[in-house]
Design a protein around this ligand. Structure first.
Ligand code: COA
Length: 256
Protein backbone atom coordinates (compact mmCIF):
# COMPACT_ATOMS: atom_id res chain seq x y z
CA UNK A 1 0.00 0.00 0.00
CA UNK A 2 1.22 3.49 -0.84
CA UNK A 3 -0.25 6.98 -0.62
CA UNK A 4 1.74 7.89 -3.71
CA UNK A 5 -0.90 6.33 -5.97
CA UNK A 6 -4.56 6.96 -5.25
CA UNK A 7 -7.17 4.53 -6.53
CA UNK A 8 -10.93 4.77 -6.34
CA UNK A 9 -13.88 3.14 -8.09
CA UNK A 10 -16.98 5.22 -8.87
CA UNK A 11 -19.38 5.43 -11.82
CA UNK A 12 -17.95 2.19 -13.23
CA UNK A 13 -14.56 3.90 -13.51
CA UNK A 14 -11.39 2.87 -11.69
CA UNK A 15 -9.35 6.04 -11.18
CA UNK A 16 -5.61 5.59 -10.80
CA UNK A 17 -3.90 8.85 -9.92
CA UNK A 18 -0.18 9.29 -9.41
CA UNK A 19 0.27 11.44 -6.33
CA UNK A 20 3.85 12.43 -5.61
CA UNK A 21 3.65 16.12 -6.49
CA UNK A 22 6.86 17.16 -4.71
CA UNK A 23 8.80 14.95 -7.16
CA UNK A 24 6.60 15.66 -10.20
CA UNK A 25 5.08 12.20 -9.81
CA UNK A 26 8.39 10.48 -10.62
CA UNK A 27 7.64 6.78 -10.35
CA UNK A 28 9.17 4.56 -7.68
CA UNK A 29 8.96 0.77 -7.45
CA UNK A 30 6.08 0.93 -5.00
CA UNK A 31 4.17 3.28 -7.29
CA UNK A 32 4.65 0.99 -10.30
CA UNK A 33 3.53 -1.96 -8.17
CA UNK A 34 0.39 -0.15 -6.99
CA UNK A 35 -0.53 0.84 -10.54
CA UNK A 36 0.15 -2.64 -11.90
CA UNK A 37 -1.98 -4.22 -9.17
CA UNK A 38 -4.85 -1.82 -9.86
CA UNK A 39 -4.77 -2.48 -13.61
CA UNK A 40 -4.67 -6.27 -13.17
CA UNK A 41 -7.43 -6.07 -10.57
CA UNK A 42 -9.67 -4.23 -13.02
CA UNK A 43 -9.45 -7.14 -15.49
CA UNK A 44 -11.65 -9.22 -13.19
CA UNK A 45 -13.61 -6.52 -11.36
CA UNK A 46 -17.12 -5.95 -12.70
CA UNK A 47 -17.29 -2.61 -10.92
CA UNK A 48 -14.34 -1.30 -12.96
CA UNK A 49 -15.44 -1.05 -16.58
CA UNK A 50 -12.97 1.63 -17.56
CA UNK A 51 -9.67 2.85 -16.12
CA UNK A 52 -9.00 6.57 -15.72
CA UNK A 53 -5.30 7.34 -15.46
CA UNK A 54 -4.02 10.73 -14.34
CA UNK A 55 -1.48 12.44 -12.15
CA UNK A 56 -2.06 15.44 -9.95
CA UNK A 57 -4.04 18.34 -11.43
CA UNK A 58 -0.94 20.06 -12.84
CA UNK A 59 1.45 17.18 -13.45
CA UNK A 60 1.26 13.76 -15.09
CA UNK A 61 4.66 12.16 -14.39
CA UNK A 62 8.37 13.00 -14.65
CA UNK A 63 9.00 9.35 -15.48
CA UNK A 64 11.07 6.78 -13.69
CA UNK A 65 12.60 8.03 -10.45
CA UNK A 66 16.19 8.76 -11.45
CA UNK A 67 17.48 8.03 -7.94
CA UNK A 68 15.94 4.57 -8.30
CA UNK A 69 17.71 4.13 -11.63
CA UNK A 70 21.01 5.03 -9.96
CA UNK A 71 20.43 2.78 -6.95
CA UNK A 72 18.49 -0.10 -8.43
CA UNK A 73 19.38 -3.41 -9.97
CA UNK A 74 18.22 -3.96 -13.53
CA UNK A 75 18.71 -7.73 -13.25
CA UNK A 76 15.29 -8.50 -11.77
CA UNK A 77 13.03 -9.36 -14.70
CA UNK A 78 10.03 -9.26 -12.37
CA UNK A 79 10.71 -5.74 -11.12
CA UNK A 80 7.64 -3.53 -10.58
CA UNK A 81 8.34 -1.20 -13.51
CA UNK A 82 8.38 -4.14 -15.92
CA UNK A 83 5.32 -5.65 -14.34
CA UNK A 84 3.54 -2.32 -14.80
CA UNK A 85 4.56 -2.12 -18.47
CA UNK A 86 3.41 -5.67 -19.19
CA UNK A 87 0.15 -5.15 -17.28
CA UNK A 88 -0.77 -1.87 -18.96
CA UNK A 89 0.13 -3.39 -22.36
CA UNK A 90 -2.29 -6.25 -21.74
CA UNK A 91 -5.00 -4.38 -19.80
CA UNK A 92 -8.40 -5.72 -20.76
CA UNK A 93 -10.49 -2.67 -19.86
CA UNK A 94 -10.22 0.61 -21.80
CA UNK A 95 -7.84 3.20 -20.36
CA UNK A 96 -8.55 6.94 -20.58
CA UNK A 97 -5.58 9.17 -19.71
CA UNK A 98 -5.60 12.83 -18.69
CA UNK A 99 -2.22 14.51 -19.12
CA UNK A 100 -1.46 17.86 -17.50
CA UNK A 101 2.02 19.36 -17.19
CA UNK A 102 5.05 17.14 -17.63
CA UNK A 103 4.83 13.64 -19.08
CA UNK A 104 8.42 12.44 -19.40
CA UNK A 105 9.82 9.02 -20.26
CA UNK A 106 7.42 6.35 -19.05
CA UNK A 107 5.05 9.28 -18.41
CA UNK A 108 4.76 9.51 -22.19
CA UNK A 109 5.40 5.91 -23.26
CA UNK A 110 2.60 4.59 -21.04
CA UNK A 111 0.19 6.71 -23.11
CA UNK A 112 0.87 4.49 -26.12
CA UNK A 113 -0.91 1.73 -24.20
CA UNK A 114 -3.95 3.86 -23.38
CA UNK A 115 -7.07 4.04 -25.54
CA UNK A 116 -8.13 7.66 -25.21
CA UNK A 117 -5.61 10.35 -24.30
CA UNK A 118 -6.60 13.91 -23.41
CA UNK A 119 -4.07 16.62 -22.67
CA UNK A 120 -4.22 20.01 -21.00
CA UNK A 121 -2.70 23.10 -22.60
CA UNK A 122 0.17 22.81 -20.11
CA UNK A 123 1.10 19.29 -21.19
CA UNK A 124 4.73 18.74 -22.18
CA UNK A 125 5.34 15.25 -23.49
CA UNK A 126 8.87 13.95 -23.90
CA UNK A 127 10.79 10.90 -25.05
CA UNK A 128 14.02 12.00 -23.27
CA UNK A 129 15.89 8.69 -23.42
CA UNK A 130 18.63 9.69 -25.87
CA UNK A 131 19.55 12.59 -23.57
CA UNK A 132 19.99 10.09 -20.73
CA UNK A 133 22.22 7.85 -22.88
CA UNK A 134 19.60 5.09 -22.84
CA UNK A 135 16.92 3.83 -25.25
CA UNK A 136 13.12 4.21 -25.18
CA UNK A 137 11.12 1.55 -23.30
CA UNK A 138 7.61 0.15 -22.80
CA UNK A 139 7.59 -1.10 -26.40
CA UNK A 140 7.57 2.50 -27.60
CA UNK A 141 10.19 1.59 -30.22
CA UNK A 142 7.57 -0.77 -31.65
CA UNK A 143 4.38 1.24 -31.11
CA UNK A 144 5.52 4.79 -31.81
CA UNK A 145 6.68 4.39 -35.45
CA UNK A 146 3.52 2.41 -36.22
CA UNK A 147 1.44 5.22 -34.68
CA UNK A 148 3.19 8.28 -36.10
CA UNK A 149 5.50 7.00 -38.88
CA UNK A 150 9.24 6.46 -38.82
CA UNK A 151 10.32 10.06 -39.44
CA UNK A 152 8.22 11.48 -36.65
CA UNK A 153 9.24 8.69 -34.28
CA UNK A 154 12.89 9.38 -35.15
CA UNK A 155 12.37 13.09 -34.53
CA UNK A 156 10.83 12.46 -31.12
CA UNK A 157 13.26 9.74 -29.98
CA UNK A 158 16.53 10.83 -31.61
CA UNK A 159 16.33 14.58 -31.08
CA UNK A 160 14.73 13.98 -27.67
CA UNK A 161 12.97 17.33 -27.43
CA UNK A 162 9.74 17.92 -25.49
CA UNK A 163 6.57 18.64 -27.46
CA UNK A 164 3.26 20.17 -26.52
CA UNK A 165 -0.29 18.87 -26.51
CA UNK A 166 -1.11 20.29 -29.95
CA UNK A 167 1.87 18.55 -31.56
CA UNK A 168 0.76 15.40 -29.73
CA UNK A 169 -2.67 15.81 -31.27
CA UNK A 170 -1.24 16.45 -34.76
CA UNK A 171 0.83 13.28 -34.40
CA UNK A 172 -2.18 11.23 -33.30
CA UNK A 173 -0.87 10.61 -29.79
CA UNK A 174 -3.52 12.81 -28.15
CA UNK A 175 -7.24 12.71 -28.89
CA UNK A 176 -8.01 16.25 -27.81
CA UNK A 177 -6.60 19.24 -25.98
CA UNK A 178 -8.53 20.97 -23.21
CA UNK A 179 -7.83 23.96 -21.00
CA UNK A 180 -6.06 22.87 -17.83
CA UNK A 181 -9.07 23.89 -15.76
CA UNK A 182 -11.35 21.53 -17.68
CA UNK A 183 -8.98 18.66 -18.38
CA UNK A 184 -9.71 16.28 -15.52
CA UNK A 185 -13.46 16.85 -15.61
CA UNK A 186 -13.77 16.42 -19.37
CA UNK A 187 -11.45 13.42 -19.60
CA UNK A 188 -13.24 11.76 -16.67
CA UNK A 189 -16.57 12.40 -18.42
CA UNK A 190 -15.23 10.46 -21.44
CA UNK A 191 -14.35 7.59 -19.11
CA UNK A 192 -17.89 7.69 -17.67
CA UNK A 193 -19.32 7.62 -21.19
CA UNK A 194 -17.30 4.50 -21.98
CA UNK A 195 -18.42 2.93 -18.70
CA UNK A 196 -22.03 3.16 -19.90
CA UNK A 197 -21.37 1.10 -23.04
CA UNK A 198 -22.15 -2.60 -23.28
CA UNK A 199 -19.21 -4.05 -21.32
CA UNK A 200 -18.46 -7.24 -23.24
CA UNK A 201 -18.65 -5.42 -26.57
CA UNK A 202 -16.42 -2.63 -25.25
CA UNK A 203 -13.84 -5.08 -24.01
CA UNK A 204 -13.87 -7.06 -27.25
CA UNK A 205 -13.56 -3.85 -29.26
CA UNK A 206 -10.46 -2.88 -27.29
CA UNK A 207 -8.93 -6.34 -27.73
CA UNK A 208 -9.50 -6.28 -31.48
CA UNK A 209 -8.21 -2.73 -31.93
CA UNK A 210 -5.07 -3.58 -29.95
CA UNK A 211 -4.48 -6.86 -31.76
CA UNK A 212 -1.98 -9.54 -30.81
CA UNK A 213 0.02 -8.43 -27.74
CA UNK A 214 2.86 -10.88 -28.44
CA UNK A 215 5.03 -8.55 -30.57
CA UNK A 216 4.53 -5.74 -28.07
CA UNK A 217 5.61 -7.94 -25.15
CA UNK A 218 8.52 -9.31 -27.17
CA UNK A 219 9.69 -5.75 -27.83
CA UNK A 220 9.42 -4.93 -24.12
CA UNK A 221 11.83 -7.81 -23.44
CA UNK A 222 14.15 -6.81 -26.27
CA UNK A 223 14.32 -3.21 -25.03
CA UNK A 224 15.02 -4.43 -21.49
CA UNK A 225 18.00 -6.47 -22.68
CA UNK A 226 19.47 -3.40 -24.32
CA UNK A 227 18.58 -0.81 -21.70
CA UNK A 228 19.68 -2.76 -18.61
CA UNK A 229 23.44 -2.52 -19.23
CA UNK A 230 23.00 1.04 -20.56
CA UNK A 231 21.46 2.25 -17.31
CA UNK A 232 24.64 1.13 -15.53
CA UNK A 233 26.95 2.77 -18.09
CA UNK A 234 29.24 5.58 -17.04
CA UNK A 235 27.52 7.96 -19.48
CA UNK A 236 24.00 7.31 -18.21
CA UNK A 237 25.08 7.41 -14.58
CA UNK A 238 26.78 10.76 -15.18
CA UNK A 239 23.63 12.26 -16.76
CA UNK A 240 21.37 10.95 -13.98
CA UNK A 241 23.79 11.96 -11.19
CA UNK A 242 24.11 15.42 -12.74
CA UNK A 243 20.31 15.83 -12.70
CA UNK A 244 20.05 14.74 -9.07
CA UNK A 245 22.97 17.02 -8.12
CA UNK A 246 21.51 19.95 -10.15
CA UNK A 247 24.57 20.38 -12.39
CA UNK A 248 25.48 19.87 -16.05
CA UNK A 249 26.82 16.42 -17.04
CA UNK A 250 30.58 16.24 -17.53
CA UNK A 251 31.74 13.77 -20.21
CA UNK A 252 35.24 15.21 -20.56
CA UNK A 253 37.00 12.23 -18.96
CA UNK A 254 35.02 9.59 -20.89
CA UNK A 255 36.35 7.68 -23.91
CA UNK A 256 34.75 8.51 -27.24
N1 COA B 1 13.38 11.30 -10.64
C1 COA B 1 13.60 11.76 -9.41
N2 COA B 1 13.30 13.01 -9.02
C2 COA B 1 12.74 13.82 -9.92
C3 COA B 1 12.47 13.40 -11.23
C4 COA B 1 12.80 12.07 -11.58
N3 COA B 1 12.55 11.57 -12.79
N4 COA B 1 11.90 14.42 -11.91
C5 COA B 1 11.81 15.44 -11.05
N5 COA B 1 12.31 15.08 -9.84
C6 COA B 1 12.40 15.89 -8.63
C7 COA B 1 13.49 16.95 -8.73
O1 COA B 1 14.75 16.40 -8.35
C8 COA B 1 12.97 17.98 -7.75
O2 COA B 1 13.23 17.52 -6.44
P1 COA B 1 13.74 18.55 -5.28
O3 COA B 1 12.62 19.56 -5.16
O4 COA B 1 13.89 17.69 -4.07
O5 COA B 1 15.00 19.16 -5.79
C9 COA B 1 11.46 17.92 -7.95
O6 COA B 1 11.19 16.64 -8.51
C10 COA B 1 10.92 18.96 -8.87
O7 COA B 1 11.62 18.86 -10.10
P2 COA B 1 12.20 20.13 -10.88
O8 COA B 1 13.25 19.64 -11.83
O9 COA B 1 12.60 21.19 -9.92
O10 COA B 1 10.88 20.60 -11.67
P3 COA B 1 10.80 21.39 -13.05
O11 COA B 1 9.38 21.78 -13.19
O12 COA B 1 11.84 22.48 -13.12
O13 COA B 1 11.17 20.32 -14.18
C11 COA B 1 11.07 18.19 -15.25
C12 COA B 1 10.34 19.21 -14.37
C13 COA B 1 10.21 16.93 -15.31
C14 COA B 1 11.26 18.77 -16.67
C15 COA B 1 12.45 17.89 -14.65
O14 COA B 1 12.25 17.59 -13.28
C16 COA B 1 13.13 16.70 -15.29
O15 COA B 1 13.71 16.82 -16.36
N6 COA B 1 13.10 15.54 -14.60
C17 COA B 1 13.77 14.33 -15.06
C18 COA B 1 12.91 13.64 -16.10
C19 COA B 1 13.55 12.36 -16.54
O16 COA B 1 14.63 12.36 -17.10
N7 COA B 1 12.87 11.25 -16.23
C20 COA B 1 13.37 9.92 -16.49
C21 COA B 1 12.94 9.46 -17.81
S1 COA B 1 13.55 7.82 -18.16
Amino acid sequence: MTDLVKTEIADGVLSIRMNRPDKKNALTGEMYAAMADAIVGANTDNAARVIFLAGTDDCFSAGNDLADFLAGSMDDTDRPSLRFIRDIATAEKPIVAAVAGVAVGIGTTMLLHCDLVYAGESARLHFPFINLAIIPEAASTYLLPRRVGHQRAAELCMLGEPFDAHVGKDFGLVNDVYSDDELIEKAYAKACTLAQKAPAALRATKALLKGDPAPVLARVDQEVEIISPMIGSAEAREVMSAFMEKREPDFTKMAS
